[in-house]
Design a protein around this ligand. Structure first.
Ligand SMILES: Nc1nc2c(c(=O)[nH]1)N[C@H]1C(S)=C(S)[C@@H](COP(=O)(O)OP(=O)(O)OC[C@H]3O[C@@H](n4cnc5c(=O)[nH]c(N)nc54)[C@H](O)[C@@H]3O)O[C@H]1N2
Ligand SMILES: Nc1nc2c(c(=O)[nH]1)N[C@H]1C(S)=C(S)[C@@H](COP(=O)(O)OP(=O)(O)OC[C@H]3O[C@@H](n4cnc5c(=O)[nH]c(N)nc54)[C@H](O)[C@@H]3O)O[C@H]1N2
Ligand SMILES: [Mo]
Length: 721
């Protein structure tokens, strides 16, 4: 890993344009070949094609032929690669050898093609038949108490597979359904449910296009939701103003060149942000409290809306200005200017992502945003609302389908679910660590790398008697193992591939970030004849474990959608409506609530920084496409840490130096070694480095109040040369 030699140049201010398109295509060509690249990319996000596995940003009604972006192209290329991992690969590489490779290397080996097993006492995977793999899993599941099993889901899983998977887990007898959402937008769900009655966003793409003010807080769309920039550009053309709140000056937020337009390929692009607030990490609660205080002082609040639609307005109090300055690092003029923009707009949307959800006060912070929006009457009207921008392309749909550690009310229409709430992700790690969970099943994802406290999590996973990974690509979770453990890799079809069952060619459905449900249809030949669909694998596990016959579901997914239509509210007439797509009922529901929260800025001891972990431009969560982070000026290295030059001087450190990062927590210290310091225009007192390399620094017990989401964006660290 220390073979990396990071090259550093100044960060970019413009996102996408010609370099973006070129990079995306080059990625495709690298692993897919020219014809396959062109044919595949033309199918992304088209009505008769497949849903881009990149992110959950919605598609516009009038689609361009290129309804994808640079990073969507990379996500597709990663799955549609022509490289294959065949059983002889595992003869060449024992697990202990694979475990020494980087995540980047593991991902580059290509698609998994055959079910594989690692038996107790061995150090390598060997082929196994599907039937044997199902029986082996069933045997182990039947040998334990249901609450000793964990059924993890990552948010790429289709509605159909997710629905059957939760039904399988609950019929078997447990609500242990941790998911990637626990580490992602859980805080948003909790905050919104408590205030507007629904744990999802309230806006549509059309609202974005017609807003007067769009606030992008704690989000880096230029890298993680590039198609959102086209929507922001359109809003801007319609007269909207844009405010960005972020400790980093992220490229796409400043200027944007639309790669879907000629002018965007060659011109200077559109300046997007009208106001950028370089906030300190964790300062958003204070900022929105201060904005709310200004709005009340100016009487710029919607009295009628507050009186008829909400409760709790009188419980709000003004924050102490000194605490606001300490928490935000912003001067009072900047805060007042931001409040002025809220006061001047009659249609405001606030968008946010991981910069808000992964901190100690994440839930309270999002509720503070709700407070400001409610004060101005900005929920439930056109061009206005709350917009948590989801990550994984179907993470919202999986929740709608019941992937959750508590049983949704509608499950009772099908079965008597176990009453006891199950484990979320952090609880699942504790349960494995303490010997309370013994079988781990992962429907997608990369549990070992995506979760906090890597050393603790890896030890926890190794204590299971059986780990089953339903995956498209090789990753860290497949090689974290102990000698006595049984491991299974069950290779599945990806989004891009044709899914042929007895009842003919199937499509699946997904729900985007704005609650639109639509079909996704793969067009490529499967990477191997042995692959099964996620639906077929879940049906196989259910038959072997429970003795149920779900072949009608497996043969024709319409049968699954018929059950969904019958039991899940909002899915009436599912089959008839899905061809064109439809929007599920959105919030708000009932009387909305203001929330008063205490302002307690993070306590950062002298000589320490608040470290946040972010995504580079060349990764998809734990999948590392390459070692560059073009917009931030980094080439060929991921072991870098961004620090403000003034902080470096104060700490007696300098750009280019190699340091160890030490995280300090009540239970002791955690170390990540060998990071190159990059002097960077990040807010004072803060630092940033990449996920998942830095997950080793996130203490398992450091979670957000109310949502139990690991605080991956707020780790107190010191740097040692
Ligand atoms: N290409 C690509 N696309 C992706 C992904 C990917 O890895 N690659 N991942 C997908 C997933 S699952 C998700 S959840 C999304 C994630 O999308 P993002 O949330 O954009 O992802 P992060 O890289 O975690 O960026 C967090 C942003 O919040 C800022 N931030 C950090 N702390 C604070 C804070 O305290 N306050 C404020 N105001 N800002 C802060 C950071 O500087 C950074 O710009 O993207 C999805 N799309
Ligand atoms: N420090 C830190 N940690 C974080 C975050 C952070 O910002 N900082 N972000 C958190 C967030 S927002 C999230 S969402 C989680 C992500 O957590 P996960 O969703 O668990 O992780 P991914 O890296 O998205 O999973 C990638 C793997 O999914 C498999 N895969 C890909 N496509 C498919 C498919 O179609 N079907 C199946 N069955 N498998 C597939 C491949 O084998 C691939 O290796 O990480 C969280 N962890
Ligand atoms: Mo996410």
């Amino acid at each position: 890993m220390t073979a990396e030699k990071p090259k550093v140049s100044p960060p970019k201010t413009v996102a996408a344009g010609l370099p973006g398109v070129a990079h995306g295509l080059a990625k495709g060509l690298g692993g897919m070949g020219a014809r396959r690249t062109a044919l595949t990319l033309l199918r992304v996000n088209q009505a008769d094609g497949f849903d881009c596995p990149g992110c959950a940003w919605p598609e516009p009604d009038k689609r361009s032929h290129f309804e994808f972006c640079e990073n969507g192209a990379k996500a597709v290329a990663e799955e549609a690669t022509l490289r294959r991992i065949t059983p002889d690969f595992f003869i060449r590489y024992p697990i202990s050898v694979l475990a020494a490779q980087s995540d980047h290397w593991l991902g580059r080996q290509g698609r998994l093609t055959s079910p594989m097993v690692k038996r107790p006492g061995t150090d390598s995977y060997s082929p196994i038949t599907w039937e044997e793999a199902f029986d082996l899993t069933a045997q182990q599941l039947r040998a334990i108490e249901p609450d000793e099993a964990l059924f993890y889901t990552s948010g790429r899983t289709s509605n159909e597979a997710a629905f059957l998977y939760q039904l399988f887990a609950r019929t078997y007898g447990t609500n242990n359904l941790p998911d990637c959402s626990n580490m992602c937008h859980e805080s948003s769900g909790v905050a919104l449910k408590a205030t507007i009655g629904v744990g999802k966003g309230t806006v549509s793409l059309d609202d974005i296009h017609h807003a007067r003010l769009i606030v992008v807080v704690g989000q880096n769309p230029g890298t993680n939701h590039p198609r959102m920039l086209s929507a922001l550009e359109q809003a801007k053309r319609n007269g909207a103003r844009i405010m960005s709140i972020n400790p980093l000056p992220e490229a796409g937020l400043i200027r944007f060149k639309n790669p879907q337009k000629l002018s965007g390929l060659v011109g200077r692009g559109t300046a997007l942000s009208d106001l950028h607030l370089p906030i300190r990490v964790g300062g958003d609660l204070a900022l929105f409290q201060a904005i709310g205080a200004h709005l009340r002082a100016w009487d710029a609040v919607d009295h009628e809306f507050i009186r008829t639609r909400t409760t709790g307005f009188d419980t709000l109090t003004d924050p102490d200005p000194d605490l606001v300055r300490k928490a935000t690092g912003l001067d009072s003029d900047a805060v007042e200017m931001a409040a002025r923009m809220f006061a001047d707009s009659d249609a405001t949307i606030v968008c946010w992502a991981m910069g808000l959800t992964q901190g100690r006060d994440a839930v309270a912070t999002i509720q503070e945003i709700v407070n400001v929006q409610l004060m101005r009457g900005m929920v439930g009207k056109p061009g206005a609302g709350l917009c948590p921008v989801r990550g994984h392309s179907n993470v919202q749909g999986d929740r709608t389908m019941g992937i959750w550690h508590e049983p949704p009310a509608w499950v009772h229409r099908l079965i008597d679910p176990p009453e006891k709430a199950g484990y979320d992700t952090v609880e699942a790690i504790r349960a494995m660590r303490d010997g309370r969970a013994k079988v781990f099943v992962g429907l997608g994802g990369n549990f070992a790398s995506a979760t906090p406290d890597t050393a603790v999590t890896e030890e926890a996973l190794k204590r299971c008697t059986l780990a089953v990974h339903i995956s498209t690509k090789l990753n860290r979770s497949h090689v974290v193992t102990s000698r006595d453990q049984t491991m299974l890799i069950l290779p599945c079809l990806g989004r891009t591939e044709r899914d042929r069952q007895k009842g003919g060619e199937q499509f699946v459905t997904v729900e985007d970030s704005m609650s639109r449900v639509h079909a996704s249809r793969g067009r490529l030949e499967p990477a191997s004849e042995l692959l099964r669909s996620e639906v077929a694998i879940v049906c196989g596990l259910a038959r072997a474990t429970l003795g149920v016959d779900w072949s009608s579901y497996m043969d024709d997914y319409r049968a699954i959608r018929a059950v969904i239509a019958r039991v899940i509210p909002g899915f009436e007439d599912f089959e008839a409506r899905v061809e064109k797509g439809f929007t599920l009922p959105q919030g708000p529901v009932g009387t909305m609530r203001f929330t008063a929260s205490p302002l307690r800025p993070l306590d950062v001891p002298a000589g320490r920084l608040i470290l946040q972990t972010v995504r580079s431009h060349d990764q998809y969560n734990t999948t590392i496409y390459g070692l560059d982070d073009r917009y931030r000026g980094i080439k060929n290295g991921r072991h870098v840490i961004f620090v403000n030059p003034l902080d470096l001087t104060e700490l007696g450190l300098h750009d280019g130096q190699t340091v160890d990062i030490i995280s300090e927590w009540a239970d002791g210290e955690r170390v990540a070694k060998g990071f190159r310091i990059v002097a960077y225009p990040i807010a004072r007192g803060c630092a940033a480095t990449y996920f998942p390399e830095a997950n080793v620094l996130v203490p398992l017990d450091s979670t957000a109040a109310g949502s139990n989401t690991p605080t991956s964006k707020q780790i107190i660290v010191r740097l040692e040369p």
